[in-house]
Write a protein that binds this ligand. Sequence first.
Ligand code: F6R
Length: 622
Amino acid sequence: MCGIVGFTGSRDQAAPICLDALTKLEYRGYDSAGICVLSGGEFNLIKAQGYVKILAEKTDGGRALPGTTGIGHTRWATHGEPNETNAHPHISSGGLFSIVHNGIIENYAPLREFLISRGYEFTSATDTEVAACMIEFFFRETREEKPNETPEAQVVEAISRAARRMTGSYAFGILYKNCPDRIFAAKRESPLFIGVSPEGQYLTSDIAASLHKTREFITLADHEIALISPEGVKVFSGELDELEKKPETVDWDVEAAEKAGYEHFMIKEIFEQPEAVKKTISGRIKNGRVVLDDLDISEEYLKNISRIYITACGTASYVGVAAKYNIERYCRIPVEVVIASEFRYCEPILDETTLVIAISQSGTTADTIAAVREAKRRGAKVLSIVNVVGSVIATESDWTLLTLAGPEICVASTKAYSTQLAVSYLIALRLAEVRGTISAGEYAAIIADLQRLPEAMKTALALKPELSYLASRYFIANDVYFIGRNIDYAVTLEGSLKLKEISYIHSEAYAAGELKHGPIALIENGTLVVTVAAYAPLAEKTASNAVEVKTRGARILAFTTEKTAAHFKEIADNMIVIPDIHEALLPSLAVVPLQMFAYYVALGRGCEIDKPRNLAKSVTVE
Ligand code: F6R
């Protein structure tokens, strides 16, 4: 979720154009930025840690980088700390290529080893520098094999050869030292566009960044490689056939473009969830097993864990509640979820066999930081699940597993929650495997369903029209109660929080069996009770609880799976049916329609969805 920009023209300076485009991408909150301009056969490169305005100061508004061809980048760190060394562009070890990259090269570690064995050297910890050196390696090979080809053709072929060796996703902007005025670009899975105009061509990973310059854009497809010059753009297939690609006119307004056509960041981020979950799990499942290369924990330690505390705030803490059900069920380790603001005041009983899992999107939440420090002070080990590399929580924990959600702009969390859940499944599976508490069959069944989870999430997202209709029926509610049992209860906590924080409707989540111990007194004629009953073993019992409130006048909006739907056919006023999946993974599917329901209710009430009143994205005070 970084940002790529580039410009090549015959008159205008590239660096100020790149700076301007980078600024347009900055609403996402990036951590470092850089620009490289190719001029007189030399790369002039300036990078800065922090916001684009620091880069603008360092480059004197771009004037320090004269030249009409350049590339730029804003980084959201995934490999390596967010510092200047790891910022893009990266220059290949032999100095021939300068490159900016979005995406993740999953097999960068063996490729790095291979390149080191061939004499390549690395200055950063990034997968991008590996990609730069791979292109250089194949360029040298191509040049030797085909000395009569033009340098442009040699570079295009080198990119294609290198790309075939890389697994994962990429969008590249590439400068080759000896091709003045040329930018090369290639993509797989990460978006990349080229804005064309008489003044020159604009490379961008996000149309929003260049929409004020041109409305004509070529969309690169997976595996395609572009050769961009001031005069125009040539596009080649991965097999190096030249393609006929015509620019298309984009008529979005600029604000809509930042949201890729969505009305709010929240709904955009809801729809980004399948991709974010896929990114988060894909490199961590190999040959049907969870392989956490990024987690240097000994099996000995994992076997000896006697107790787990999960600590977090808000949405992140509800991931903890879902994780508790799975870890206790599959790993047979007692798990306690303590909200971070309470953790240091509850005298937690910790020792070296206690694992504390801290969950945080931002990695800067004051209470969660304090909980991490308290856990360490009391002698426990801390594993954090964090979305921001180099954040305080990531830095201070013994181990960190990153969620690869990319920047989350809407204050209400959606894709961070989903990726945190995904990581929690990986942890549960790894622990269960090491401790021998799960059968091979069950393990394989969960892995298989985890791999198809992103697709199943897309099916859940397709329920959007039904949810928008239901929201139009219920948006006038004053009080909403959410009920569910077991892992469904964990989801109701999140569904209820989403609804209250963005729509300002009073809502509460209860374990369904708890309802008659008090809260049922609040049920009146017409009170909406959202009933989540995806977990098949207890769906019938949850249905009985729904009947209890229905007989007292409640309206029942049931969220079931195909398997559990039958229990609600006679009871529910309205039903949403999500796809079936292994019960351990149900929260990931059940939450999607709940998020959309909250979104459309808030939309119906005219609320400021992305920035709800009184809330901040990162809570850095106690
Ligand atoms: C709710 C929400 C908050 C955060 C909480 C923790 O939608 O986003 O409840 O989950 O403030 O923030 P992080 O995860 O940054 O520690």
